[in-house]
Ligand binder design. Structure first.
Ligand SMILES: Cc1cc2nc3c(=O)[nH]c(=O)nc-3n(C[C@H](O)[C@H](O)[C@H](O)COP(=O)(O)O)c2cc1C
Length: 226
């Protein structure tokens, strides 16, 4: 009887042990399935994300600039070089034209860059100088592309350009800077104007030499995308 009781207790203990093993094994299996599922999910998720990213990067489209009637060319030019480029842009695009005229016109002495006391030297040495503009102001309403041209003065845009950009709200318009110079590049001049403007979608600027050809200007226009 005692022996039978002992055998019963032993077999009961064995059953409990087997059952707990099975539970432990199932938990491990279940864990493996969950882990697998998580990995699959993660993979799917990351594939989805990377697909989305690819889609996002391929769906960034650039617009080629096509001449529109909602284009304006603004220019400041002291000796006519930048104005000549601006006029070519106007004839190639059919854009409207606006010339920034200084309230006090610049004389030859004023733009003597060899004289550190000339008006242009004094103005360019003072980043806060804002020469007054004369003539009728222009409304930028309705223009979605605005070309803005100026000569390089001491590696910068003339201060009157700051006066202009600070006076106007470019809104969402695409602003395309261009300049002429003896030899200097456009440098930081356009970025500084963009920062002072605080509005408009400014593209990288383009520098032209005084003898820029019609083809050169046309090719540049054809290559503009935004
Ligand atoms: C005051 C002054 C400063 C100038 N500074 C530079 C310069 O730093 N680098 C350069 O290559 N040309 C310089 N130039 C030359 C003009 O950028 C160049 O002649 C320009 O095409 C003139 O344009 P505009 O005829 O439209 O005024 C300067 C001219 C002036 C009057």
């Amino acid at each position: 009887m005692v022996k039978r009781l002992f055998l019963m207790i032993c077999s009961l203990a064995l059953c409990v042990a087997l059952a707990s093993c099975a539970t432990a094994e199932m938990s491990a299996e279940a864990k493996a399935v969950v882990d697998e599922a998580t990995v699959e999910d993660t993979t799917v998720e990351s594939e989805t994300v990377s697909e989305e990213n690819t889609e996002a990067s391929t769906s960034v489209t650039t617009t080629e600039y096509v001449a529109h009637s909602d284009t304006l060319v603004v220019v400041f030019s002291c000796t006519g070089t930048t104005k000549a480029i601006a006029e070519q842009i106007v004839s190639m695009t059919g854009a409207d034209f606006y010339e920034i005229l200084p309230f006090e016109p610049y004389t030859e002495e004023d733009i003597d860059w060899t004289d550190s006391n000339s008006r242009s030297s004094i103005e360019q040495n003072d980043p806060n100088f804002r020469p007054q503009i004369s003539g009728d102001p222009i409304s930028l309403e309705g223009y979605s592309v605005i070309f803005i041209g100026y000569p390089i003065w001491f590696s910068q845009a003339p201060r009157i350009m700051d006066t202009f950009v600070e006076c106007y709200d470019f809104g969402d318009a695409v602003v395309i800077p261009f300049c002429t110079s003896g030899s200097s590049g456009i440098g930081q001049s356009a970025e500084i104007l963009a920062a002072n403007a605080g509005s408009g979608r400014w593209l990288e600027g383009q520098r032209f030499a005084a003898d820029a050809t019609e083809d050169e200007i046309r090719e540049w226009l054809k290559g503009i995308t935004f």
